[in-house]
Write a protein that binds this ligand. Structure first.
Ligand SMILES: [Zn+2]
Length: 416
């Protein structure tokens, strides 16, 4: 399938397939319903332990709890330190009797500092659960653990190996766990990622495209002089920077969904001094990997045209998280998820989001495997805010979805 065609289809943002009513698999559904309350109990426990990125005391407490849970499910658990961040990435492996390898992945750190859980602990109100990290992404941790409980109840072990990866540094870019994620994901047939839904208005959706992010820097060196006595001897870095920013205004490309927005400007020191230094920072989002080179080259060409002689202009583009671009394997998993939702007579959207997640590290652009699908956690909203919540009525559908995805992926024909 041509990637460009697919990207065009995905560019429409969200779509669904026609609804065909089918009944749920009753034994699975019954086992899922039995896990509803236990999942909420797990979620309460997790939310009430602070685990901001780098807060080692809280991260360790959660690590101990998750290790115990995974071992009780029959997994062998390893801990890999997240360099420079503190905390460990937990890798739990369950051996089955089949030959398909599936990875279930999510982070257990949050953006909230020590004391947040005490100030506003887990609470349930009008069909929603609230608390720090309840959706992003402790709900996802709970969905993984309790889907595995459902499989255990059903005695299902037709998978080859299930690998559970729980990392402690996602909210700071996963720099201490991304190599491990890339390495572990390479051996998988499918990787399911359990961030919450990101759509507006708590819409029930999975994510099929996440944008990559790069950081743009523009720096101008001029020459200082007295603004009253000898302005002509100065070289005004702010004037040159302004000229460059206006020239660089359209580095984005709407057709490719690339944006570059300048968001920070600094320059000058005293009102009576011609500024010798000015700089700006910009936020680039993209889905097409070739856009890094294009933007870098165009920016360097454009900045060669200077307004003020004898100023020095430097443009830099630092790489952040890569994108999860639209691709046929992800699309196939999304369609599979939509069909499973139809068994519950529910609609599931396939969404594109502007942010980046660890799903991008699990995606291997040069290989058809693994197939990667994002946002299998709970349905919610208000992430990173005091109002963060998840919808209680999403617990059963989401547990059913993950359980059935694992069952179907395990039984899939192996492609040669
Ligand atoms: Zn998250």
């Amino acid at each position: 399938m041509k990637r460009s065609m697919l990207a065009m289809g995905l560019a429409c943002g969200m779509f669904t397939v026609a609804t065909v009513h089918a009944a749920p698999q009753q034994d699975v559904y019954d086992a899922v319903e039995q896990q509803r309350q236990p999942l909420l109990d797990t979620l309460e426990t997790l939310v009430n332990i602070d685990s901001g990125t780098g807060y080692v005391a809280g991260l360790s407490e959660i690590e101990a709890l998750l290790t115990e849970r995974l071992e009780a499910l029959g997994a062998e658990v390893e801990a890999h330190p997240a360099e420079n961040f503190g905390g460990n990435t937990l890798v739990g492996r369950l051996q089955g009797n089949g030959d398909r390898n599936i990875m279930l992945m999510i982070h257990y750190d949050t953006v909230f500092g020590e004391g947040t859980a005490k100030d506003r602990p887990f609470r349930i109100e009008e069909g929603r659960a609230y608390g720090p990290g309840v959706g992003d992404a402790k709900g996802g941790v709970a969905v993984i653990l309790h889907s595995l409980e459902v499989l255990k109840t059903l005695g299902f072990d037709d998978y080859g190996q299930l690998t559970v990866v729980l990392n402690p540094d996602e909210e700071k870019g996963s720099l201490g766990s991304r190599d491990l994620i890339q390495q572990l994901s390479a051996d998988q047939d499918a990787v399911l990622v359990f961030e919450p839904t990101f759509s507006e208005g708590a819409t029930d959706a999975v994510t099929v495209v996440t944008k990559g992010i790069n950081y743009a820097f523009l720096e101008v060196k001029g020459r200082a002089s007295h603004a009253g006595g000898a302005p002509e001897q100065g070289r005004n870095a702010i004037m040159e920077l302004s000229h460059q920013l206006l020239q660089l205004g359209d580095l984005g490309d709407p057709d490719k969904e690339t944006t570059l927005n300048w968001t920070i400007v600094e320059g000058g020191s005293k009102r009576n001094v011609i500024p010798e230094h000015a700089q700006a920072e910009g936020d680039m989002r993209y889905v097409d990997s070739s856009e890094y080179e294009r933007v870098l080259n165009e920016a360097r060409d454009i900045t060669a045209n200077q307004l003020i002689d004898d100023t020095e202009v430097e443009f830099r583009l630092d790489k952040g998280r890569p994108p999860l671009p639209g691709n046929p394997q992800t699309q196939a998993l999304a369609e599979q998820a939509q069909k499973i939702y139809q068994e519950l007579d529910r609609e599931l959207l396939a969404a594109e989001i502007g942010g980046g997640t660890d799903a991008a590290y699990a995606y291997h652009a040069d290989s058809p495997t693994p197939a990667v699908l994002e946002s299998l956690g709970l349905v919610g909203g208000g992430y990173h805010s005091d109002e963060e919540y998840v919808q209680l009525d999403s617990v059963v559908p989401r547990l059913y979805l993950t359980t059935r995805m694992i069952m179907e992926l395990s039984d899939a024909e192996t492609e040669d």
